[in-house]
Design a protein around this ligand. Structure first.
Ligand code: SAH
Length: 228
């Protein structure tokens, strides 16, 4: 049994590894992602393991994919763009809003020192926690709840990333950043937003628009109040 299972898996795993290398070259490097740590980590992390089995063949395609409960795992380029914009050196305490499949969480865990991740839907949170524990990630704390109000008990954070959209920048998240901190967050309308990089220096907050994007909504006190 075990031998058969292994025999069947090996060629598929090899093909997925090859597809992952092509994804990094064509979708990330050729489109301008230059942070070597981001490129390395996305070459290593098996994105297919964060998807239902029947979607493995699409895992390295240039698109978002469904992860259940009406939610999606972001397109690889967007994951890379957001990770690069955070300028992670390995020393940061990072807050993620919207754990989802846990793929972005795994990348943050490799690139920061500690990750706090909040997911609104218990089933997604539990699956992500199981997956990341099996993969050996040890520096992640998982929470179920409304991430739009952040996690004041654990604040301040060096970096904050939201992988769902908000209509306006949530004041709670701004308050929970260290001086010199960076937040990457999609802000705008229900179906189209601007991906913002927000930097805090003293009392001044600088906003840079990275690109247009379309994320699922963050539903919560300082996010959207319904999903329509
Ligand atoms: N980064 C994820 C993609 C997440 S999609 C990945 O790599 O798979 C956005 C996620 O935000 C969804 O899982 C959704 O359930 C969650 N979400 C929505 N509103 C939320 C809230 N207020 N707080 C925390 N998570 C929320």
């Amino acid at each position: 049994m075990t031998h058969n299972a292994n025999f069947q898996r090996l060629p598929e795993e090899a093909a997925l590894t090859e597809q992952r290398a092509k994804m990094v070259d064509r979708q990330l490097w050729q489109r301008g992602i230059r942070d070597q740590r981001v490129l390395d980590v996305m070459s290593r992390i098996p994105r297919h393991l964060f998807l239902p089995r029947e979607l493995w063949s699409l895992a390295y395609c240039d698109q978002p994919l469904p992860i259940g409960e009406g939610q999606t795992i972001s397109q690889p380029y967007i994951v890379a763009r957001m990770s690069e914009a955070l300028c992670l050196t390995g020393a940061e305490k990072t807050l993620e809003i919207g754990t989802g499949s846990g793929y972005q969480t795994a990348i943050l865990a490799e690139l920061s020192s500690q990750v706090f991740t909040i997911e609104g839907l218990p089933s997604l949170a539990q699956n992500a926690k199981r997956r990341l524990t099996e993969l050996g990630c040890r520096n992640i704390k998982f929470y179920i709840g409304d991430g739009t109000i952040g996690r004041p008990e654990e604040s301040p954070f060096d970096r904050i990333i939201a992988t769902g959209s908000v209509p306006l920048l949530p004041p709670s998240l701004c308050r929970q950043m260290v001086e010199g901190g960076i937040m990457v967050i999609p802000v705008g309308e229900r179906f189209i937003q601007k991906l913002l990089r927000v930097s805090c220096a003293g009392k001044s907050v600088t906003q840079q628009v990275l690109c247009q994007c379309s994320f699922v909504p963050l539903v919560g006190k300082e996010g959207w109040h319904d999903t329509r």
